[in-house]
Design a protein around this ligand. Structure first.
Ligand code: 0L1
Ligand code: MG
Length: 263
């Protein structure tokens, strides 16, 4: 049950989207709206999506966030969330990412899925996801919360499109058949030093569980994951802060590497 009026949803969506587009931080919106609920928060996120689509921006995928204990513990929240990916968030493997367009970026190593059948909750489970997976591939998300000093709560994060900002895909794509997603090892290096490592099981026990959870969360709004959707399943590790001059390289067991530099 939502608590905010249509006008408040529109005003908060404009406020948060302006922070993203004009590259400035804001205080968490629950300071001013302590009674807002998760339906309000997702209404704001969907209004930001509508604003972008009305300007001709294409939505090119979805992301799940806060799906690993490492991330939840790092940010002090205990529940995953989702967000959308806009066309201009996509950055080519090996490229330079301009930090002047970002507030305080952090990188997360993730496993991404591309579906070939639609998934609609409730009741979607891991086997449904595997049966609907065309291929998986390495991805790195660059998150950039619009909240000052990353001081937020989950409702504020959801309204802010779950901190979505940029993403890089590449490496080697693979069918899920014969692959143990739980033991898929990931090693992240920053400036040549290993800073994080984990396996796929860090994400809800199995990254396919994250896609199932997304389909089920979307189902509560009557939405589905259409066939052909690119889905990032959430960081397997805690997020690593980056600034201009940093280089990131992520190695995925059997799936190649991804790299980027920040300028
Ligand atoms: O991708 C994510 O894990 C979303 C994180 C949202 C909170 C944050 O900015 O760390
Ligand atoms: Mg992420």
């Amino acid at each position: 049950m939502s608590t905010l009026s249509r006008e408040e949803i529109q005003r908060l969506a404009e406020h948060l989207e302006n922070a993203e587009l004009q590259v400035h931080d804001v205080t968490k919106i629950t300071d001013d709206y302590p009674d807002m609920d998760f339906e309000d928060a997702y209404d704001i996120q969907w209004e930001i999506r509508r604003r972008k689509e009305a300007r001709g921006t294409r939505i090119v995928g979805m992301k799940m966030g806060l799906t690993s204990w490492a991330k939840m513990a790092q940010m002090g929240v205990e529940q995953p969330c989702y967000g959308f990916l806009a066309d201009y968030f996509s950055v080519a493997d090996g490229s330079a990412i301009d930090t002047s367009k970002l507030i305080h970026p952090k990188v997360e190593a993730e496993i991404a899925f591309v579906t070939n059948k639609s998934l609609k909750g409730p009741g979607v489970h891991v086997a449904d996801v595997l049966a609907a997976t065309d291929f998986i591939l390495p991805a790195v998300e660059v998150i950039d919360s619009r909240y000052r000093d990353f001081k937020f709560d989950l409702k504020s994060v959801v309204a802010d499109n779950s901190s979505s900002s940029r993403f890089v895909t590449g490496g080697v794509s693979s069918s899920v058949s014969g692959l143990d997603l739980r033991t898929l090892g990931v090693v992240m290096e920053k400036n040549g030093e290993i800073v994080e490592m984990a396996t796929g099981a860090a994400v809800l026990g199995n990254p396919a569980e994250s896609v199932a959870m997304l389909a089920n969360m979307l189902g509560t709004r009557g939405e589905e994951l259409p066939a052909g959707t690119f889905v990032m399943t959430g960081g397997v590790t805690a997020a690593v802060a980056v600034t201009a001059g940093d280089q990131i390289l992520v190695r995925y067991h059997g799936l190649g590497t991804l790299s980027m530099r920040f300028v």
